[in-house]
Design a protein around this ligand. Structure first.
Ligand SMILES: C[S@@+](CC[C@H](N)C(=O)[O-])C[C@H]1O[C@@H](n2cnc3c(N)ncnc32)[C@H](O)[C@@H]1O
Length: 209
């Protein structure tokens, strides 16, 4: 029998553009840890329905989630993507340009915490955040997202289940502890209205009140 996620993927047509992105990641010899297709569609939907014009992504890899969010913006607005590795940002830049969204995307290279501190100093504000980088820093990324948010901004955080490790009491490494803290912050912080989606590898969603 199919899993719910497999069923969900089966009812959608192949997405040639996004398949190319996945292939390009493999061709570069990198591990493809792009967002699950179902959550990519959800990002497009959320960006579109919220009317977000200033989107901040933390963790670009090959540009898969960037394309999904750019689709929701209809080419109107700005997507700033924070990425540690120059090579990943180059690949994402090429893929996003090929998808037709090169004009609206900017990559900032380096540790995201440094870029976030700069953005705070510059007084930048965003309508939509997608957190999908090193898991140990998720709680700090969430704090920054709240600080940099316009009222009503949406925050999405991927991989909240860490392939089951978040739920396993025997797993207590730094990434797991940070993810549990992040999930509890999302659920309980009074500045947020939130939901936790336990499909695929888990996605946390919040609106900054
Ligand atoms: C899970 S992948 C991102 C996948 C991408 N969001 C997608 O769905 O298409 C994580 C990315 O975060 C980047 N990364 C890891 N640590 C980082 C850090 N401290 N600052 C910025 N980016 C980081 C990695 O280089 C990698 O490209």
């Amino acid at each position: 029998m199919l899993t719910p996620e497999q069923y969900a993927e089966e009812i959608y047509a192949e997405d040639e553009q996004l398949n190319k992105v996945k292939q390009s990641i493999e061709d570069c010899g990198m591990r493809d840890v792009s967002i699950a297709p179902g959550y990519g569609r959800l990002l497009t939907l959320l960006v579109k329905t919220s009317g977000a014009k200033a989107v901040l992504e933390i963790g670009a890899l090959g540009g898969y989630s960037g394309i999904c969010m750019a689709r929701g913006m209809n080419g109107d607005g700005k997507l700033l993507s924070l990425e540690l590795k120059e090579d990943n940002a180059d690949l994402a830049r090429r893929n996003i340009a090929e998808a037709g969204y090169g004009e609206i995307v900017e990559y900032r290279i380096g540790p995201a915490l440094d870029s976030l501190a700069q953005l705070e100093e510059q007084g930048e504000r965003f309508d939509f955040f997608f957190i999908d980088a090193d898991k140990e820093n998720y709680p700090a990324y969430l704090e920054y997202a709240i600080k940099l948010a316009h009222p009503g901004a949406i925050i999405a955080g991927d991989n909240t289940l860490l392939r089951g490790r978040t739920l396993n009491p025997d797993k207590n490494g730094p990434a797991v502890l940070a993810m549990r803290k992040f999930n509890e912050m999302i659920a309980r912080d009074e500045r947020l209205l939130s939901a936790f989606i336990p499909a695929y590898d888990g996605l946390a969603l919040a609106i900054v009140k």
